[in-house]
Ligand binder design. Structure first.
Ligand code: MN
Ligand code: MN
Length: 323
């Protein structure tokens, strides 16, 4: 596996075809426990685009990511079969809802084969079609790290933009709002209807001011209380970070998390029953240094480590890879 992955000492990290974290390219999800998937789509953006280029640049920068976690000692590649399943084939890029169907189809193929998806976006609208693929049989919980609640009703005439996915997911019975925590929220709004939906539906909303006051450890405890023991998804919008750390995104909001806070927050979610995750809104055209793509790759690795532990726990308790 190690040799196939090209992560061994013998192969320089700058060489070869770029895959996520130098994992093997495996098109058949039946051969995987965790499928790393690119979703090159930004048709749900209402302002600054470019997130369609996210997967390619995250793959490139992720060649810097090594195997063994420096804090937890976890090596996800030793725990389970991790591979890059490639990009969702967007067959009708000019049609938002048809593109979402492409995403649901591709992620559904991974889910049906027993592979847990960890996706790189793409704009945040992709989380809804991912939920349609993996949460159709029961609503799931979510730890949502973002500057924005993404629970608006519509933007510019569409109900399926990157500002609306989690309202639709609740309405479609895919997301349990009472097992949802939104962390890092900030920024002035033109309307309070999105936040009102989050609060009225029962989501726990942690503004950045509360995050800063409580600190990562207490926020982790609160997030764990909210999502509990049930199946839980992690959605990480890179604009949760302060633009000083992640400028390459469509909707930057100053006054955000530091990278080390976000890493600690994700790591603190270890032990939850995790069923998938995404890192979204990296926009390479606004990221001339490539640092935002590196940040995205690093957050993806943090999620991969705790996801791998979840997969192993489920294997031990169920005798099968995924649920
Ligand atoms: Mn978002
Ligand atoms: Mn956001």
């Amino acid at each position: 596996m190690e040799e196939e992955c090209g992560r061994g000492e013998s192969s320089p990290r700058y060489a070869g075809i770029a895959t996520f974290m130098r994992a093997p390219l495996v098109r058949d999800p039946a051969k995987l426990d965790i499928a790393l998937i690119g979703v090159p789509f930004d048709g749900g953006v209402e302002n600054r685009p470019g997130q369609r280029h996210g997967p390619r640049e995250i793959r490139n920068m992720s060649s810097l990511i090594r195997a063994v976690h420096h804090v937890t000692g976890v090596n996800p590649y030793a725990l389970c079969r991790v591979g890059d399943m490639g990009d969702v084939a967007i067959t009708n890029a000019f049609d938002l809802e048809a593109s979402h169907s492409d995403i649901t189809g591709f992620i559904g193929r991974a889910h049906s084969a027993g592979a847990v998806p960890l996706c790189a976006g793409g704009d945040h609208s992709i989380s809804l079609p991912i939920f349609r693929a993996i949460a159709a049989d029961r609503p799931v919980g979510m730890v949502h790290i973002d500057a924005h609640t993404d629970t608006c009703n519509e933007e510019l005439g569409s109900r399926f933009t990157h500002g609306t996915p989690f309202r639709r997911a609740v309405e479609e019975g895919l997301l349990n709002p009472e097992r949802t925590v939104q962390i890092g929220i900030r920024g002035a709004q033109d309307s309070e209807e999105g936040l009102a939906f989050s609060l009225e539906s029962g989501m726990r909303v942690i503004f950045i001011e509360e995050f800063t006051r409580l600190g990562a450890e207490a926020v982790i405890a609160e997030a764990r209380r909210v999502v509990g023991d049930g199946p839980t998804y992690i959605s990480f919008d890179v604009d949760s970070l302060d633009p000083a750390f992640a400028p390459g995104t469509g909707t930057p909001e100053v006054g955000g998390m530091t990278t080390i806070e976000a890493q600690a927050l994700l790591r603190g979610l270890g032990g939850l029953d995790l069923i998938g995750g995404d890192v979204v809104e990296v926009s390479p055209p606004f990221d001339p240094s490539g640092n935002t793509a590196l940040v995205g790759a690093t957050m993806m690795y943090e999620i991969l480590c705790i996801l791998a532990e979840s997969v192993v726990r489920r294997k031990k308790s169920n005798g099968k890879a995924t649920k």
